[in-house]
Every structure is written in C-alpha cells, then in structure tokens.
Design a protein around this ligand. Structure first.
Ligand code: ADP
Length: 491
C-alpha cells in the first residue's frame, strides 16, 4: 500500500507531512495511513499538470499515442485486478464480487476511451459547410487543459477511471483528488501509470481532505476544468467557486430515484431489481432507486416478497464468501443512515424490515437492509438521499399519479419502470424527468451510454462519447480563400 502522493511522475511526501488514517469499515481497525495533502501539494501538482499540458506536448500527441497509454493502463489494471479488488473491500467495505466487478469496469473504461482517443485522429479537424464560398471553415476539437478531478468513496477506482480515462483521451492533464476515506486504489493507479510510462505530470494524485486539498484544487486559477462526483451540497459550492474564473464544470450529484412497478410487471423480477437497486453497494449509489412506487393490484404481494427477501440477505465482512451486504463506508455514514431512519419514523413512516445495526456484529459499520412504508411525501426520508440500504415503498393507483410522484423531486438522475406493456414503458420513460431510465431493470451501467442527471442531480454527462465532450474545446478556424480583395476598407 502506498504512503506518498504521486506528483509529476514521482512519489513524494506531502509538504506538511500530515497523514490520514485508513479504517477498514468491517473491523473499525486502522489498517494504513495515507498522506494528508494540502494546498501546497495541490500547487505542485497543478504546476506539473500545467507544464505537461503547456510545454511538454501531451495535448499534441496523437490520439493513437494516447490510446496506447490508455490500453496499457487497462492491461495493468487487469493484471492487478485481484489485489485492487481486495484493497477496495478493505477501504470501502463492499463485497468482493462487487469490487471485482468495479475493477473490471475501470479497466473497460480505459479501453473504451483508448478507442475514442484513436478516433479523434480522424475527427478532431473537420471541414464544415458555410454560406460564403470565399471562406473555408474548419472545426478543431482540442483538449480543455488542466483538469481537477474530485471523486467520491462509493466506487473508488471506477470513479477515478470515469474522470481520468476521458480526460487523458482528450489530451488533458489532470490532478485527481480521491475521497479521503477511500484513496488506496487511486494511489495504486499512480503506480500503474508510472509503469505504463505515462509522461510526468499528465496524471497527478493528491490525497487529502475535501476542505483542504479539494478546496485548493477547486479554487486554483491554473485549473481549466473541474469534474466532480459527490454530494449536492459540495457540488453547489464547487459550481459557485468555478464561477469566479469561469472554469468549465461537470457535476454528477445525488438522486432520489423512483422505481415504478405496474400491476402487469413480473413480480419476482421486480423484487430482484428493487433489491439490486437499493442494496447493491449498501445503497451508497447516487442512482439508487430509493423510492419504490407500486400499483395497488400488486402492492401487498410485492411488499411481502420484498420483506421476505430483504431479511434473507447475508451481511458481513466483504471478504467473506457469500456476503451480499457489507458495512457502510464510515462511522459518519452509518450515523447519518441511523439518524435518517429514526427521523423517518418520527415523521410517521412505518418500519417493515431492518432499521438497525445488526446485533450479531460487535464491530463494523453494518446496517440492516431496511424497508419503510407510509413515508410522508414531505418528509426527509422521501425527499432526501439517505445513501444507505434504505428503501421507501409507496402505493399508487393510476399511471399519471405514479408519474407525478416520480417527478416530484429536486433530483433527476435515474428512474426505473417495471411493466410488460411496451407502449406504456415508452410513454412513461418519455415522461420521466431523469437522465437515465431503466425499463424492467435498475442500475445496469455501460461505459458506452451517457450517464448524468436532470435538475439538481448534476450538469453534463459522463461516459460514452458524451464523457469525452467534457474534456474538449471547440475551435473555429476560418480562412479567406478567395483571390479577390476583400474590398471593405480598401476599394
Ligand atoms: P460525501 O458526502 O458523499 O462524502 P462529498 O461531496 O462530501 O460527498 O465528497 C465527495 C468528494 O468531494 C470527496 O473527494 C471530498 O473530499 C471532496 N470534497 C468535500 N468537500 C470539498 C470542498 N469543499 N471542495 C472540494 N472538494 C471537496
């Protein structure tokens, strides 16, 4: 495990020598320490990224050259995948099979953007038709510059790859600030890019607190673009800070995503996807379908089955075989979830499953899979993201009522619809105000498909070709090609 920052292609101690404890959330033990980078380290990292961009020629490499680095990074992630997956479990708590999945996706993300980098060689300069044949206009796509990437703790290496891969593909350089409680795999990414011989300064990794290292990165005048995934509260602060010098921003924030089950849905399938949509990664998923709306005709049956299945879920240390639900990431997160469930009950919600720290563990930030019903529409539990394994289930009668309930949220990240009626599925998916709609499923995520939210769930789209756009500027280059004098001033 790494103990230093990765700046300008080298491992270095943080200027202020500070450290942060790394706690295994399943045991509450300190298992390691990581550097507590501060504004001084961000300064060094940004100047390295600036030099790599402005002087060392990274943006002038061909897409094929950048693609080759990205493919090599993907290969090294795959070679080390078991070690990376186990580190992710120790750091974040998630079950090992989920961590393995994340690491495979992270490698896939680098491979995908390698392909897009290669395509840029053919598409980064194109002629466009204009209305005056005395001129020729070309449109060039160029890298935005130095990126500040700030990522959360729920999918540590995967979120790093969602920022780093498209930024490098576009020709940007980047300073990455991982979440303070899950930085281990991001530091391993430093070792990987070093082995891949990525030029110095192209990727810099500074661990540290959000309010120190994160804030310094956000407010740094030499950073051209900020890419952030995290809470709405911090996203809003980052947007305000970015406004001071008109930095480009992309934000992927929270959600309170609805999942609508119609009477004609396959009930067993719906129960499975509801569980996946809220218990996967302990519900610490921005797109978690945390508000389940069920039509009258199947409400009782579905709720009974959901409670039965939720109670069967095996909790435990993510490294243990057969565990489906690990601990929450931190004491702070556990306390927030406990408080949210208590508040929901005070507000009149009924607790029909879970709701407590499981008695069988004397340590670890575990919380039972939890189901709430009768949750008032104006309550905190219905409106706000809980970011834990807590689902609110509510009854509805008509399609229009379901849509009104679903869209009545300041968020709009994702939504899911369970029905066997394709016409209704199309109609409802068009009417949902969300950036991602799943039909007869919840949460499948593909590197090729756009990811991001409506309303307060964010700005911009990650993944797919949309993800690359975040890191590209658009330049018009117009040439006067006529042999005739222009004749405006000089007649
Ligand atoms: P959560 O509440 O889920 O931890 P946050 O939005 O607080 O989500 O954190 C997401 C990321 O943002 C983390 O890497 C964190 O360190 C960083 N962060 C937190 N506060 C700030 C801030 N003021 N400026 C920049 N980054 C921050």
């Amino acid at each position: 495990m790494r103990t230093q920052l990765f700046i300008d292609g080298r491992w270095t101690d943080p200027v202020n020598k500070g450290q942060l404890d790394v706690i295994n959330p399943a045991t509450e033990q300190v298992i390691h320490v990581i550097p507590k980078g501060t504004a001084e380290d961000i300064e060094l990292a940004v100047s390295a990224a600036r030099r790599a961009f402005d002087k060392d020629g990274w943006p002038n490499t061909t897409g094929a050259q950048r693609g080759a680095y990205l493919r090599r990074i993907a290969e090294l992630i795959r070679e080390r995948s078991e070690m990376l997956a186990r580190l992710e479990v120790l750091d974040n708590g998630k079950p090992l099979p989920e961590a393995r999945w994340d690491i495979g996706d992270a490698a896939g993300c680098f491979e995908y953007y390698a392909g897009l980098a290669e395509q840029l060689d053919d598409t980064s300069v194109v002629d466009i038709a204009i209305s005056d044949d005395r001129f020729r206009t070309r449109v060039r796509r160029e890298a935005v510059g130095v990126v500040g990437g700030i990522i959360p703790w729920n999918y540590p290496l995967l979120m790093a790859s969602w920022k780093v891969a498209p930024a490098l593909a576009a020709g940007c350089t980047i300073v990455l600030k991982p979440a303070e409680n899950t930085s281990l795999t991001a530091l391993e990414l430093g070792a990987i890019v070093q082995e891949a011989e990525l030029p110095a300064g192209v990727l810099n990794i500074v661990t540290g607190l959000g309010a120190e290292a994160g804030q310094a990165l956000v407010s740094h005048p030499q950073v051209d673009k900020l890419a952030f995934t995290g809470s709405g509260r911090i996203g809003s602060q980052i947007m305000a800070e970015a406004a001071k010098d008109i930095k480009r921003i992309s934000l992927e924030l929270g959600g309170k995503s609805p999942l609508i089950v119609f009477d004609d849905a396959d009930i067993e399938g719906a129960v499975e996807w509801i569980m996946f949509g809220i218990f996967w990664n302990q519900g610490q998923v921005c797109s978690a379908t945390s508000r389940v709306l069920v039509q009258d005709g199947v409400y009782d049956k579905l709720l009974t089955r959901l409670i039965e299945e939720a109670k069967k879920i095996t909790l435990g240390d993510g490294l243990k075989e057969g565990v489906l639900l690990g601990p929450l990431v931190s004491k702070q997160q556990l306390d927030q979830v406990i408080a949210a469930v208590a508040r929901a009950q005070e507000d009149g919600a009924q607790l029909v499953a879970g709701g407590h720290r499981p008695g069988e563990f004397s340590q670890g930030y575990f919380f039972q899979p939890t189901i709430l019903t009768e949750v008032p529409l104006d309550s905190h539990a219905w409106k706000e993201e809980i970011f834990g394994p807590v689902v609110c289930v509510r009854r509805f009668t008509t399609e229009s009522e379901a849509l009104t309930l679903a869209n009545d949220s300041r968020f709009g990240l994702a939504a899911a619809v369970m029905t066997q009626d394709n016409v209704r599925a199309d109609r409802v998916s068009a009417a949902l105000r969300a950036g991602i709609v799943w039909i007869n499923c919840s949460q499948p995520t593909f590197t090729e498909a756009p990811w991001g939210g409506y309303k307060q769930s964010g700005i911009g789209r990650e993944l797919g070709k949309w993800g690359l756009e975040n890191y590209l500027e658009t330049k018009q280059v117009t040439t006067y090609i006529s042999r005739d004098p222009w004749g405006w001033y000089i007649k």
